[in-house]
Design a protein around this ligand. Sequence first.
Ligand code: UGA
Length: 437
Amino acid sequence: MKICVVGAGYVGLVTGVCLAEIGHDVACVEIDAERIAMLEGGDVPIYEPGLRELMARNRAEGRIRFTAEIASGCDGAEIVFIAVGTPPRASDGHADLSQVFASARQVAQAARDGTVVVTKSTVPVGTGDDVARIMAETAPGKRLSVASSPEFLREGAAIADFMKPDRIVVGTDDAAAEAALRAVFAPITGQGSTLLVVSRRSSELIKYAANAFLATKIAFINEVADLCEAVDANVGDVAAGIGLDSRIGRKFLNAGPGFGGSCFPKDTMALLKTAHDAGLPMRIVETLVTVNDQRRRAMARKVIRIAGGEVRGKTVAVLGLTFKPGTDDMREAPSIAIITALQDAGARIRAYDPEGMANARRHLKDIDYRRDAYECLEGADAAVLVTEWDEFRDLDPARMRDAMATPALVDLRNVFDPAAMAAAGFRYDSIGRSALA
Ligand code: UGA
């Protein structure tokens, strides 16, 4: 099928490349001149494992092209996916829909009669109605069907999430749009993934409810972790014990410094705004947003404690900066709040991250960046592991100890074995695993 994807940011690019990979003829529209130049040159402007190779193959085989012109992208397209950004509005935290609406106007002009326009961007409930209205006003008389199909991609695992999703959600009450979207996703549903068809509004809400629920699981296990520290229990064991109940499930029960990233913080806030506008405050979501915000900064207290109650003038080594491993994304990364709190307390910060240091420079000031973990630890008075990159799992505790001025480490992702760290002579603290070793 001929498909146009508007927006070649994270979601749009992954969607476009994966749709090409399953055999469709895809045009990606991107207005950012720098980005389109990179894409046309075969470069991938984001870090996502496997994407570069997949894009190169599909370009070589002629299934995907990039253009700055929406008219060119929509030329002959049966389906148009809108996958532009919906960042929080600075004024009030509502999702900023200006790019979605601008795309809707342009698509209405460029698309042929009978096109199915699908919102993939994360948009508040009712946005599909606005998009349909805008398109009808822009191109009166043209038959355009507006559907919703939210994305559930995780950064770092986006290709697998697209190709083998737990479910594909389609929101429409138009039989022709449903048939077209079933055809788009047939190569994926043919492999056993479920496609759920619901109303457009339900589909829009599913996206927010899913992210808020996952965020709730994390906030909950983090609270349990704090209790474990107080009562000498082990949060990993508790998570295993409750996770074996299939009604609960083990996934998203890894305690840590609090969730970050471009999605959970933004989407929980946007859900709260929607609920507020509907006159129905969501107290659970309100609480988890507050708890998570406070938690990220509070992690600095663990570092101060392990450094002997004072970090003024001391050097703290930070291992891992991105909001999770497998990405270079620094948006809402817990490292930002932790580092800022440590700097406020007078610490000098040294940091290393395998992929995130270029982006980190835009979010953090006065950081001494190092080229690897051992170099980062060299001469440090205390260290904190914030992101669980695989390469940190292979670090040798004895070599780490020898590098540091004082072997004191806070492991916010429970990467290391407390007994092994104690045996190596570390003062060691982690999450939900009893007090200081
Ligand atoms: C999240 C969702 O998982 C995707 O399904 C969704 O499509 C995406 O948001 C989105 O809305 O676009 P993502 O933000 O890439 O994906 O990252 P996650 O893997 O969900 O992690 C989010 C945060 O939660 C990270 O800071 C991570 O460290 C933290 N986390 C995750 C935990 O602290 N514990 C866990 O057990 C899992």
